[in-house]
Design a protein around this ligand. Structure first.
Ligand SMILES: Cc1cc2nc3c(=O)[nH]c(=O)nc-3n(C[C@H](O)[C@H](O)[C@H](O)COP(=O)(O)OP(=O)(O)OC[C@H]3O[C@@H](n4cnc5c(N)ncnc54)[C@H](O)[C@@H]3O)c2cc1C
Length: 670
């Protein structure tokens, strides 16, 4: 099938406006006759469900948690971008667009990214109107801070709990519609398949996770907002329940999957502590506004630290290597995530890591304590303050900005980060790849939409900090409500979709067969046993650095693990009750297929771009020596995969990327 991205004609600045002027609308009376299923009630799905119901459609919303309030979006810490230019530091829609395309290493679709920048300001207005308590400056105006890869301050935040506050906003907007009966909320329900009738998405099969009952739900269109697939690595900063099942199931029913290998490994996470760990914790990128990243400059100091014989505070300033400031003077500690992660790995691989495993670097606030302390002393008219007083004043400012993150760190590591630098190391955090969608956010299946982190999104090969929340809310509040109306205008006379058809019957049978298989398999190994093995292959061979040999090995190893899984997985309990192992089994089965496609995609892309670093594709000389080397001649495309049974047999379709408004350049942060 030829891929048509359906990008409207005309200058980039006018595309979205012209598009909105010309689409078909559904009149309010007809909206009452149209049903829409939204799978997922995180920021993307929650905002979409609330807005579609507000418009008058009948929405059925699904999530597997006990409340939309518990979606993984709640974990987002640092903030959300918008080109408001409140700081007067030169920001504009164009600059946000430019930074995002450049940050994504020129592997995203220009028209979508421009639209994202264009609606970003509306998101902030919408959320403020809902009562989201964004941080404010002394004068009462909304405050901003910086995130990696940009030279302006455009990130709106609510301490280190931005996702939570935004989700409360979306959730209250949803609740209003639930109370009106315009949203039927199905908590604790897991979508296990999509149902197509005459080629169009017309419903889903869901399992009631409390009773185990298998249910059929129909609608005129289905929206998937099920989040990212970072847990394919087993350990990640994602919520433990985050999974790829909804996205993978629609892939198997005809939705192409794009750029599966584009994963974000976030540089500032709490390092792993051992084999029994089940998740990793993010330390927000916002900390890099004030924290400086370093390792000892001398290998003997690094060794002494690793053996517990030396403390970081005992290493003199001139004996420290602030390697990001050294390598990237223009952006320093605020280089994009992919660059910062690789730089940490490079130092640790060279033996300079700062914990017992050698896989950690320091994130140090000592300079910021002094900087803020001196400023505070001046503000409060304190003459000749002592060093202690300065630090005390500075720490109070840091506490105000990031207090909850410092507290979280101390609870996990049992060290006080006000007294000793934090230790951090890269961890899997976000997936830029996902279900391919056109400009309308529709997948390759008619009437099947995908929004938020679940789609292949606007972030190209690397997402800049604070832009996932922006994209999820742009999709849900401001884009999908228009684009879906254009499609649904053809359905005003269709009437309710019956769930008694053969298509629903077949899909239900498939779901039931799989559940029965798990319940009757009588294997000997737990689901986690297989998930951990998959995660290890993914991290070791499809992680921060990839090469042909390892990728081929990974594909073969994942296939083997998958075959063993089907022979030997043990799922205890019953199907007609709450059964967390059964839920996990289905999700890991899908990860075991997705993981192989992921490695195949990484193998196919023999260039380094964004988070995808191929060891074979590195700059060999000049100013960029050692940096990732992109290959625009051969790889300036979105790799979309069509399901053909085994992941290894997936067929590649390319969406060639056009850059008319941004010149393709080597990405430099020096
Ligand atoms: C620790 C952390 C901090 C972050 N901080 C930031 C930040 O500061 N700024 C930023 O921009 N981004 C941040 N991100 C990224 C951002 O939080 C996510 O990309 C974003 O919240 C994803 O939102 P979503 O709505 O697409 O999916 P999610 O919030 O993951 O929601 C998925 C929804 O789908 C439902 N679901 C999934 N599968 C099924 C199924 N089969 N059936 C039924 N329901 C299903 C779930 O129940 C849930 O409701 C952070 C991520 C992490 C991990």
């Amino acid at each position: 099938m030829a891929l048509d991205s359906k990008v409207p004609e005309g200058p980039i600045k006018d595309k979205w406006t012209t598009y909105k002027d010309k689409i078909n609308l559904v009149n309010p009376a007809n909206k009452r006759n149209i049903d829409i299923i939204v799978v997922g009630t995180g920021l993307a799905g929650g905002s979409a469900a609330a807005t579609l119901a507000e418009l008058g459609y009948n929405v059925k919303a699904f999530c597997y948690q006990d409340s939309p309030r518990r979606a993984h979006s709640i974990a987002a810490q640092g903030g959300i971008n918008a080109a408001k230019n409140y700081q007067g530091d030169g920001d504009s829609n164009y600059r946000l667009f430019y930074d995002t395309v450049k940050g994504g290493d020129y592997r995203s679709r220009e028209a979508n990214v421009y639209r994202l920048a264009e609606v970003s300001g509306n998101i902030i207005d919408q959320c403020v109107a809902q009562g989201v308590p964004f941080a404010r400056e002394y004068g009462g105006l909304l405050d901003n801070r910086s995130f990696g890869g940009v030279l302006v301050s455009r990130t709106f935040y609510a301490k280190g709990q931005t996702g939570q506050q935004l989700l409360l906003g979306a959730y209250s907007a949803m609740n209003r519609q639930i109370a009106r009966g315009k949203i039927q909320m199905y908590n604790r329900h897991e979508m296990l398949d999509v149902v197509k009738v005459d080629g169009k998405a017309r419903g889903i099969i869901a399992r009631n996770l409390i009773t185990g009952e298998i249910e059929r739900h129909s609608a005129h269109a289905v929206v998937i907002a099920s989040g990212g697939y970072g847990n394919v690595y087993f350990l990640s900063t994602n919520a433990m329940g985050s999974n790829a099942t909804a996205a993978w199931k629609i892939h198997k029913k005809g939705a192409y999957f794009a750029n599966p290998c584009y994963t974000q490994i976030h540089p500032t996470c709490i390092p792993r502590s051992g084999d029994y760990q089940s998740k990793l914790t993010l330390m927000s990128e916002s900390l890099r506004n004030d924290g400086r990243i370093w390792v000892p400059a001398k290998i003997e100091d690094a060794k002494a630290i690793q053996q517990g014989k030396l403390k970081p505070t005992e290493i003199a300033e001139e004996e420290r290597d602030y390697y990001l400031e050294r390598r990237y003077p223009a952006f320093g500690n605020l280089v994009p995530r992919d660059v910062a992660s690789r730089a940490a790995k490079e130092r640790c691989d060279a033996g300079y890591g700062v914990n017992a495993t050698g896989e950690a670097v320091y994130l140090d606030f000592a300079t910021a304590f002094v900087r803020y302390g001196i400023e505070q002393a001046k503000i409060h008219g304190i003459k000749n303050p002592s060093k202690e007083k300065i630090i005390e004043l500075g720490q109070a400012i840091i506490e105000e900005k990031y207090g909850n993150l410092f507290q979280m760190y101390e609870k996990i590591i049992a060290e006080n980060p006000y007294e000793t630098p934090m230790m951090i190391y890269p961890a899997t955090h976000y997936t830029m790849g996902g279900v391919w969608v056109d400009y309308n956010l529709m997948t390759t299946v008619d009437g099947l939409y995908c929004i938020g982190e679940a789609n292949f999104s606007d972030h190209g090969a690397n997402r800049l900090g604070a832009s996932a929340l922006m994209q999820g809310l742009a999709d849900g509040y401001f884009v999908l409500p228009y684009t879906i109306g254009d499609y649904l205008s053809n359905d005003i006379r269709t009437g309710t979709i019956s769930t008694d058809s053969k298509e629903f019957e077949d899909a239900e049978e498939e779901v039931t067969d799989r559940i029965n298989f798990f319940m009757n398999n009588n294997g000997t190994k737990s689901v986690d046993y297989f998930h951990k093995r998959l995660g290890k292959v993914m991290w070791d061979k499809v992680g921060m650095a990839r090469n042909e040999k390892h990728l081929k090995e990974a594909m073969a190893e994942i296939k083997n693990i998958r075959e063993e899984f089907w022979k030997d997985v043990k799922v205890p309990g019953n199907a007609n009750e709450m059964n967390l192992e059964l839920e996990k089994a289905g999700r890991v089965a899908d990860f075991l297929e997705l993981g192989e496609l992921f490695a195949k995609d990484a193998l196919d892309r023999n260039e380094s771009c964004g988070g995808h670093f191929r060891e074979e594709s590195v700059e060999l000389d000049g100013e960029q020596k050692g940096e990732a080397k992109r290959n625009d001649t051969d790889y300036a495309y979105v790799a979309t995969w069509e399901y053909k049974g085994e992941p290894a047999d997936a067929v590649l379709h390319k969406e060639e990327l056009e850059f008319k408004d941004i010149e393709l350049k080597q990405r430099s942060y020096k």
